[in-house]
Design a protein around this ligand. Structure first.
Ligand code: 1HN
Length: 345
């Protein structure tokens, strides 16, 4: 590849003349913005063990009352982006949120899309667009763009969940903002009831739902059962994996980030081809080793890690006698819409 001229090759008075007019020569920076063959990732393979994070999150519960936090969150920040950027990857924000018994996180709505993966505790709920969604370990709850949401807790022990947002993407677009509101009236309990059986959808008077987000809560008991059924009925399947989708249309549940659940069968090692998306892995049950570029994270329950795009990843279930379950997030829906999604076999 041809070596291009450097900034230092240009006379200082010429460079000054450009700068004074808000002009920049492309060629000294062309290879940096358009590297050959593979992007340069700022995202670094990073792991956030839950046992490290949990005491600090509980301490935040002592140090900062909910009124002074609104959302009491420790952000899982990727050092490759700079911690102050609060990014796990170029498009993904991750945070662990604590709600203590009796606390209330007030209603607001915003442009970034969120999901919550419940990590610990019982008795909390989030009300999304008037629908009360109970929180249990492993449940996935959607909070799509523009829907009012607030969190409450009627239980007796702290509840912790993992927030996954497309905030870095929406913020980069200069499209991120919030609207504060009053407590929202509850109109019903979570919609998952209407979609409890795969293959059938409600059609009152022959009409399908026109709601873009008809299902807000994906209970872990159902997702786990689907994975177990898949493993039993299709023992030769390449990977025991299910995607979180809109049950009316079959398309990804949200528009920017994609979500799936994976079962690693006892003793299984799975080689994931290099894909153009960075990926987040969160261990729901069991223990998995996540290896990329010679580096291995030994995930235990509730641990979370992020791996940059364009690198192959190996996943290994450490147990030979029980399955391991992972929650996976990436930005494949966005990349597919933009036409930049790749799998390198
Ligand atoms: C947000 O609205 C929540 O509603 C959590 O629980 C984390 C991080 C950035 C922006 C908005 C929530 C968030 C957030």
């Amino acid at each position: 590849m041809q070596e291009l001229g450097r900034l230092e090759d240009l006379p200082q008075d010429y460079r000054d003349a450009l700068t004074a007019r808000n002009l920049v020569p492309l060629w000294p920076s062309l290879r940096a913005v358009l590297p050959p063959g593979k992007p340069t990732a700022r995202t670094q393979a990073t792991c956030w063990p839950y046992q490290d994070l949990r005491p600090l999150l509980l301490q935040a519960g002592e140090l900062t009352p909910i009124e002074k936090a609104e959302r009491r969150v420790l952000v899982l920040a990727n050092p490759g982006h700079g911690l102050e950027k609060m990014q796990a990857s170029s498009t993904i924000y991750l945070g662990m949120q604590l709600l203590k018994p009796g606390e209330w996180a007030p209603a607001h709505k915003h442009t970034p899309n969120a999901v919550r993966m419940i990590v610990e505790g019982e008795g909390a709920y989030t009300t999304v667009g008037g629908e009360k969604c109970l929180m249990s370990r492993g449940d996935l709850i959607l909070t799509p763009t523009g829907l009012w949401h607030e969190h409450g807790h009627d239980g007796s022990k702290p509840v912790v969940w993992l927030d996954v947002l497309d905030l870095p993407m929406i913020y980069y677009m200069e499209a991120s903002y919030v609207t504060e509101g009053k407590a929202q009236p509850v109109q019903g309990e979570s919609s998952d009831r209407a979609y409890q059986r795969g293959g059938v959808v409600p059609t009152p008077l022959f009409a399908r739902s026109e709601n873009a987000f008809p299902m807000l809560r994906y209970p872990w008991v159902d997702v786990r059962a689907a994975l177990q059924a898949l493993a039993t009925t299709q023992p030769d399947i390449e990977a025991v994996q299910v995607a979180y989708v809109n049950p009316e249309t079959g398309v990804d549940a949200l528009k920017v980030l994609g979500f799936s659940a994976l079962m690693l069968r006892p003793g299984e090692t799975l080689n994931l081809p290099a894909r153009s998306t960075a990926m987040v892995f969160h261990q729901i049950e069991g223990g998995a080793d996540v290896t990329s570029e010679g580096k291995t994270f030994n995930l235990g329950e509730a641990d979370t890690c992020c791996i940059p795009g364009y690198v192959p990843i190996t996943l290994t279930n450490r147990a030979s006698d029980q399955p391991a379950y992972l929650f996976i997030a990436d930005d494949a829906p966005l990349q597919k819409k933009l036409g930049v999604y790749e799998v390198r076999k």
